[in-house]
Design a protein around this ligand. Sequence first.
Ligand code: TYM
Length: 326
Amino acid sequence: MAKKILLSGIQPSGKIHLGNYLGTLKNWVDMQSKHSCLYSVVDLHAITGNYDPKKYQEDIFNTVVNLLAIGINPKKSIIFVQSSVKEHTELCWLFNSITPIAELERMTQFKDKASKNKQNINVGLFNYPVLQAADILLYRAEVVPVGEDQLQHLELTNTILRKFNNKFGNTFNEIKPILSKGARIMSLADPASKMSKSLGSKHYIALSDSPEEIKKKIMSAVTDTSESKEMSAGVKNLFTLLELLADKKIYNKYLNEYNNKSLKYSELKSELADVIINLLKPIQEKREYWLQNRKKVNKIILNGNKKARLIAQKNIIDIKQKMGLL
Ligand code: TYM
């Protein structure tokens, strides 16, 4: 049986955090053997937010380095930069013509980003999910591993493809989101918000953080914020991380201690910090390797771009023919 096509993307903010990794990137690595995978550094998406054009090429490069370091294998998967394949923007425009404005107005990520950055509510930010649909359908991908925050965008992709199929004839199969257990990792300093780089460095652990930084951030993570009897969001987040990363036995030991009220948060945190440091050590070593082999990385990017372009150029012809544009 032919392998299903999988596509996912990440914005090139330079650093990757533990939320990205546990939320979806670990899945990207694990799914490589059973799927035909494309992983895109979505530079056209990220320019809808604030970014530094002078640093941008370096951020894109570092994002690819991080993907290689966590175990994305360029011999198995295509790693490419979105803007190097012009058909993404072309297909986005084609999809614009069948996407109802009302659907985009519902998007919570747009509302959230717009409310946090009132000086820069641009049309691209509004259109962001249409470009995301184009990313996926340009390669006829059917499997899309993401974190929970992307589910609404993927529902919209299915809405767009249904509209396309109805209007122009059956072309795309429905896409299936794949969530991991860590689909929503919360900020360490403000556990009501999801872990994200934009909140500031004490809120997240970057894959490149030193053991000292990791210790410091975990030891100062917010735990109980109220007298509530239920487990607080901060403690829940620490337990989620421990469950994802530590042996079941260790996780159960701390959970039992929590349940019989003998848990010392400092011990839980110290254990968790060690587990994270151990997880990141080999990733950081590989990261160093790739940083010292810039030429190899650039070759991987050029090669990936070329492969992606070939698929995209072929598929867009079919789409344009169906739409009467060819
Ligand atoms: P981005 O760059 O914001 O995040 C990359 C991936 O990490 C997941 N993620 C999280 N998961 C769990 N907990 C968190 N705190 C957390 N923070 C981030 C995201 O859900 C995402 O899967 N729009 C996408 C990029 C994109 C894309 C695509 C994805 C563009 N085109 C096509 C899939 C298919 C985004 O902004 O990801």
